[in-house]
Design a binder for this molecule. Structure first.
Ligand code: SAJ
Length: 417
């Protein structure tokens, strides 16, 4: 099996860097997306997402003719599906509609010997579902669920595990869990990733690979929930949680993560629900951790309300309308511009909604505030530090660490001031 042409379906935070890295190894890559703006941007050699150095790699890949983006899927030797898998409804059921439509869009193009890899983080069983959707179209091809090792089409799940902000390095260096529907499917997938991979390809079943990815993110979520719970306990007991964690972490077998305003992003706050929804009675700890982390923004909002009340009590000449609140950081984690699923955004939006006085926003990584925050004002860090009465630190961006505000009440959800 040789891979002269690879098609990557979904050109987002995972698909685009993956497509660009394959193309940088001089493999012809066809990127497919439903977003016309993304396609036009990529075909100009530019990027529609922020990730360090990605612009350079995409620019080179497009200019040298190895990467091209299109709306319509085309024939290829291997297809890599990297589309979103959000959840839906109150029970946080996984929404596989993007995988389904990606699978159905490539099914009519499949040819004997093709490899299809699902990279999207998925609930256990999703690769088998995808295989069934792929098998709906071509009547003359066989699939692993029907013919095992003799199948015409190879199918595997190889979850991405890269950290936003470090994607290009981690794509190449991280070990890869490769879950083929059969051993030959795994072998084909490993061969494909070895085009650029420096890490190991570790082979398992598709179901174990699905569960492995969910486990990694649930592990982190549960551990952050422990830190977040400690922070609210310490607040009640009047203990500095940051010092406490530093002290406890001196123990050789203790490694507590950092509390914050909640858990954001599209992975850690989502993936644990896929485990919970497939085994609700057994996933008590994982579900509770989700609730602890999801409850943290509200706890911070309450702290802000109490701080405003305190401020008014010590400054009786002022009315609430004359109190200025500043929020520092809106992104879902430090030193990125991604505001989606951000607990900081949730808190800032509620402050803007509840507070009658001025609300200032400091976010050095964006140029204008999103629509949701249209009643607030985007200002520099220095202006906020000069003008605000209440300072709410929500994201530990590097630039914020230099100096704490010298006056006013500080609510530091990250422990840097
Ligand atoms: N956070 C804390 N305290 C901490 C660490 C993180 O509050 O000590 C918060 C962050 O501020 C952020 C959220 O957790 O709001 C998630 O950030 P993150 O840096 O932990 O993870 P992500 O979502 O950027 O990327 C994760 C990674 N998974 C793990 O580290 C197990 C990454 O490797 C995955 O590829 C990615 O999810 C994904 O795509 O699934």
């Amino acid at each position: 099996m040789s891979f002269r042409t690879i098609s990557v379906i979904g050109l987002g935070y995972i698909g685009l860097p993956t497509a660009a890295v394959f193309a940088s190894r001089k493999v012809k890559v066809i990127g497919v997306d439903v977003n016309q703006h993304a396609i036009d941007t990529i075909n100009k050699g530019e990027v529609h997402i922020v990730e360090p150095d990605l612009d350079m790699v995409v620019h080179a890949a497009v200019n040298e003719g190895y990467l091209r983006a299109t709306r319509q899927p085309e024939r290829a030797d291997a297809f890599l599906i990297a589309v979103p898998t959000p959840f839906k409804g109150d029970n946080h059921e996984p929404d596989l509609s993007y995988i389904k439509s990606a699978a159905r869009s490539i099914a009519p193009l499949l040819e004997k010997g093709n490899l299809v890899i699902l990279e999207s983080t998925s609930p256990v069983g999703a690769t088998e579902d995808m295989a069934a959707w792929l098998a709906e179209a071509p009547p003359d091809l066989t699939f692993p669920q029907q013919k095992g090792e003799e199948s015409d089409i190879r199918i595997a799940h190889c979850p991405e595990r890269v950290l936003p902000g470090h994607v290009l390095r981690e794509l190449v260096e991280n070990d890869r869990v490769v879950g083929g529907m059969t051993p030959k499917c795994s072998e084909a997938a490993c061969k494909l990733y070895r085009v650029f991979l420096h890490g190991e390809c570790v082979v398992t079943s598709a179901r174990a690979a699905e569960m492995c990815k969910l486990t990694e993110n649930s592990f982190r979520d549960v551990n952050i929930a422990f830190a977040n719970e400690l922070s609210t306990i310490c607040d009640r007991l009047k203990i500095d949680v940051w010092e406490l964690i530093r002290l406890a972490n001196l123990h050789p077998r203790v490694n507590i993560l950092q509390p914050g305003p909640g858990v954001g992003g599209h992975c850690i706050a989502v993936d644990p629900w896929f485990i919970v929804s497939s085994a609700p009675e057994e996933s008590r700890l994982i579900a509770t951790a989700r609730q602890v982390n999801d409850g943290k923004p509200q706890w911070v909002q309450q702290k802000v309300k109490l701080a405003i009340a305190d401020f008014l009590q010590t400054n009786p000449e002022k009315t609430a309308r004359e109190v200025t609140v500043a929020c520092y950081g809106l992104a879902f984690k430090p030193d990125i511009d991604d505001l989606r699923e951000s607990p900081a955004m949730k808190i800032a939006t509620s402050i803007q909604h509840d507070h009658v006085g001025r609300v200032l926003m400091v976010e050095p990584n964006i140029r204008e505030l999103p629509q949701k925050l249209s009643n607030a004002t985007l200002v520099s860090e220095a202006e906020a530090k000069n003008e605000a009465d209440i300072h709410v630190l929500l994201v530990d961006h590097k630039s914020f660490k230099a100096k704490a505000p010298q006056s006013g009440i500080i609510i530091d959800t990250r422990g840097i001031w």
